[in-house]
Design a protein around this ligand. Structure first.
Ligand SMILES: [Zn+2]
Length: 278
């Protein structure tokens, strides 16, 4: 970028014009270098197989849905209102979510990871939308979160959550899909997205939940997924009551690891999409 400005100031000598033309071509093609540092430089997952001059997720629109919200604690009546579960029944607008033993909440974790993940996905060229843009409001309700995908015509939706289990020895992540499928997007496309996210998290060294063969849970009771009409998964990042998982969740480096693992999953999903088209 410095070279572009230099060419302007120097009154366009021959070399300046050549540089300006090159800059114009690069910028015109949308390959401008993003402002973020290379993710591989800070000790995280190596995404360097993609040069920062190429943006592999250019044109991809990703919806992030950080689960729950900080304001839910202050208005139990609002989040307890009944909304459709997407399968002919009812569920509550939202819930409080869980927390670590030390009180780090699920809504904080989901929001914090979403912020880092947004940076990473945008670095890779994606457009990122979020179902909530702060961590102190109420909701939105789970049906609205699911409808967000179609309402905003996104390519995929990642709903970010974490689990808790009374058995504190249980640890690891898993990924949920809507099952039985209510729409074509909930069938193969959501399953392919889930498999890519599981692969991405595994590649980052995160441990899958041992209670599931492929770390994928088939769920009929998650309204967010039931209402999604785009490929959608709910990622349970880990078990918040487990000491090892909690240690990862409560450190900035740990949340960076989650974010980069999820970004890797989105890249793998996109690569699979391209492979399928060829
Ligand atoms: Zn949750």
């Amino acid at each position: 970028m410095t070279e572009c400005n230099q060419a302007d100031r120097d009154g366009m000598p021959r070399l300046g014009r050549a540089i300006a033309l090159l800059c114009a071509l690069v910028l015109g093609l949308g390959f401008a270098a993003p402002a973020l540092a290379d993710p591989g430089d800070d000790g995280g997952l190596d995404l360097n197989r993609y040069s920062k001059w190429t943006r592999p997720l250019q044109g991809v629109v990703v919806a992030l849905d950080p689960g729950h919200n900080g304001g839910n604690f202050g208005d139990l009546r609002a989040i307890s209102q009944r909304v459709s579960d997407g399968r002919g029944g009812f569920t509550t607008c939202d819930t409080l979510g869980t927390s670590t033993m030390d009180g780090y909440t699920e809504h904080e974790l989901a929001y914090d990871v979403a912020q880092v993940l947004t940076e990473r996905l945008e670095y890779l060229g994606a457009t990122v939308l979020s179902t909530r843009t702060d961590d102190h409001s109420i909701g939105p309700c789970v049906d609205v979160r699911g409808r967000f995908a179609e309402d905003n015509d996104v390519d995929i939706l990642l709903s970010l959550h974490a689990s808790s289990n009374q058995d504190r020895t249980r640890s690891g992540f898993h990924v949920a899909v809507a099952d039985p499928a209510l729409s074509p997007s909930q069938d193969g496309p959501s399953r392919q997205l889930a498999e890519a996210v599981v692969e991405g998290m595994g590649a980052a060294g995160l441990q899958p939940h041992p209670g599931l063969d492929d770390a994928i849970a088939e769920r009929s009771d998650l309204a967010t997924l039931n209402f999604a009409r785009r490929p959608a998964v709910q990622v349970e990042l880990g078990e918040m009551q487990n000491p090892a998982d909690a240690e990862l969740m409560t450190s900035a480096q740990g949340r960076l690891a989650y974010a980069e693992a999820l970004a890797e999953g989105v890249l793998l999903w996109h690569e699979g999409l391209d492979a399928g088209r060829n």
